[in-house]
Ligand binder design. Structure first.
Ligand SMILES: NC(=O)c1ccc[n+]([C@@H]2O[C@H](COP(=O)([O-])OP(=O)(O)OC[C@H]3O[C@@H](n4cnc5c(N)ncnc54)[C@H](OP(=O)(O)O)[C@@H]3O)[C@@H](O)[C@H]2O)c1
Length: 251
């Protein structure tokens, strides 16, 4: 497994025109990346971002549901060492209560098949470049089902599973595979969520720290950190904590 220094690196980010993707491009440039392919469904939406460092930020048109565009992006970005699969949608639909399954299908198309096609297209490039890094943005909802966004959670659980599987598949070519599990981040996607939210820059910084230090699972904000801790604390340890609370003999 390789770790990668941000200084001087070449990276690619999907869904780079706003939210976490835009923060990732800015943070990569601020931390010394040599080149960032900022990809978006419409390059017109990248104008302001590119203008901040036009010699280093290369705009590329990329709808992650379009396999031809993914192939073209892989041909254009053959020097990339970090590929960040960030693009995503949330239809805010429940599993049973939704009117129909159109949102469930569209979410799966973008959030799961988009990542699947990206890792298939870019794995040979990372191999050729001696390892590199895939970063897949799942969600805390990919680890714990949340009823009001049940169809979205299913797609993020699929991304989590894909991330685990390719970690083994790509171990032989030394590719670091990072799963990111944000909880509540202040972007357009979370506008309807009435809770404390953290800046997308907190997520971007946690991701770049993971790339440099070989951290495979990232819980970047307070909500994610709390849920991640609960998930990963072994139940046996909790049982022992209760035992500590019992009055001891002679007390
Ligand atoms: N915000 C949160 O609280 C939160 C929590 C957990 C996980 N996440 C995940 O974090 C990632 C980034 O989300 P965000 O919060 O930054 O959301 P956002 O502000 O809504 O941005 C989503 C980005 O994805 C792009 N996108 C959507 N469909 C696409 C497609 N077919 N091809 C290429 N790009 C596409 C959007 O482009 P357009 O402008 O063209 O639509 C936009 O750039 C997502 O994977 C999301 O599921 C977010």
């Amino acid at each position: 497994m390789s770790t990668v220094d941000i200084q001087g690196v070449t990276a690619l980010v999907t869904g780079a025109n706003r939210g976490i993707g835009k923060a990732l491009v800015r943070e990569l440039i601020d931390q010394g990346a040599a080149k960032v392919y900022a990809t978006a469904r419409s390059v017109d939406k990248l104008g302001d971002l590119v203008a901040t460092a036009s010699e280093k930020i290369i705009p590329l048109e990329l709808d992650v549901t379009n396999e031809e565009q993914i192939k073209a992006a892989a041909e254009a970005a053959g020097d990339v060492l970090i590929v960040i699969n960030n693009a995503g949608i949330a239809g805010y639909s429940a599993i049973i209560a939704a009117q129909d399954t159109s949102s469930a299908r569209q979410e799966m198309e973008v959030n799961y098949f988009g990542v699947l096609h990206m890792v298939r297209a870019f794995a040979p490039i990372l191999k050729q470049n001696k390892g590199g890094v895939f970063v897949n943005i799942s969600s805390i909802g990919g680890l714990v089902g949340i009823p009001m966004v049940g169809t979205y959670c299913a797609t993020k659980a699929a991304v989590h599973s894909l991330t685990q599987s390719i970690r083994g598949e790509l171990a032989g070519q030394e590719t670091l595979v990072i799963g990111v599990y944000p909880g509540s981040i202040d972007t357009d996607m979370a506008v309807g969520m009435d809770m404390e939210k953290e800046s997308p820059y907190v997520v971007a910084q946690a991701i770049l720290d993971a790339v440099e230090n070989g951290i495979e699972s990232v819980y970047p904000d307070k909500v994610a950190d709390a849920i991640g801790y609960l998930i990963h604390t072994p139940l046996k340890k909790l049982e022992l904590q209760w035992a500590d609370a019992l009055p001891q003999a002679g007390e």
